[in-house]
Design a protein around this ligand. Sequence first.
Ligand SMILES: Cc1ncc(COP(=O)(O)O)c(C=O)c1O
Length: 351
Amino acid sequence: MAWEHGSELVLPLSLAGGQSPTPWGAAGNYYGSGRDALRDLLRHGATVHGWKRLRVPFYFCQHVAQSAALELPVVGYTDTPELKEPDERELDVARGDVVLVPNYFGQRTSRWRLRGLQAHVIEDHTHDPWSEWAVDSTADFAIASLRKTLPLPAGGVLWSPSGRALPRQPSVTEERELASLRKFQAQSLKALYLRGASVPKQTFRELAVDAEAHIASGAISGMPAGTRSLLDALPTESWRRTRERNHAFLLERLSTLGWSVLPGEAGSVPLSAVVVFPSPVQQSALRAQLVARNIYPAVLWPLEHSVIPDIPYSARSFASRMLSLACDARYREEDLQRLVKELAAAANALS
Ligand SMILES: Cc1ncc(COP(=O)(O)O)c(C=O)c1O
């Protein structure tokens, strides 16, 4: 099995177990992507709440910032996963600011909150939509892309933990319908390939790249019906528990080997095992070793071509020293044992 972020279709996964209750219950809006959800909210907030500027952390996904900038000017504030929480004084909000607060890698819990901030807050729960923080939230609004924690071909959600009115649910665009179909084909073909079927890699890669190029562009879209049916069918609770166990396993094993892995706060269920290296050189050398072993860790988020102005050294440094190792429900304990062995061998090859 190859090691990478991303999503095969459910074929290699157990379908046993139930669904986690969602923080949005019956009161969420469903979208084609997380960026669709955010853009729709920003458009709504600009009209209804007078929002003039979106504040996002300097360390953040630049594709999301770029998409948000279609609706409002985007300005950064200091936060990285190495900090316990952002400094509210440093945020220095102006009238008309709305602040995006992500739960980085699903590692923070509800013990952390912005207190007394004179601005509306949008929480981004993409990295663990069912977290304690998401469930207990009192934020003005919350969004999540559902494609990062579930093998869905599309999907985002918007809700208001404090019961504020949402924009009208948009209809599904042709572009998003087609993108989700292409992604579904790519996921299905990849799952067959991983089970030994004779499917050229090129075929599902091209379909996936094409789908990704159309998952957030053009008009804002609702969630395609096929994606919604899949979402309602997946055993989110048992998959989340598996992710929790897998993360704990990797944290323990890798820490024992002397690696620095972000632990996540007690009670959190992180998206992935995030390894932090002392320098970018060590990160890229190890990454190359891993790729040669068919292990493809993600770098979240590349900040070389940044959309947010004036990104400070702390954010760039974290991005260039981290690797994110997927630990979701696709992986069983024997897979993780193999992964740890490969990581140790990769490190040895460099010493
Ligand atoms: C934290 C975070 N929020 C939002 C998004 C946007 O999600 P999508 O790719 O579904 O538009 C992403 C993914 O790129 C993300 O990582």
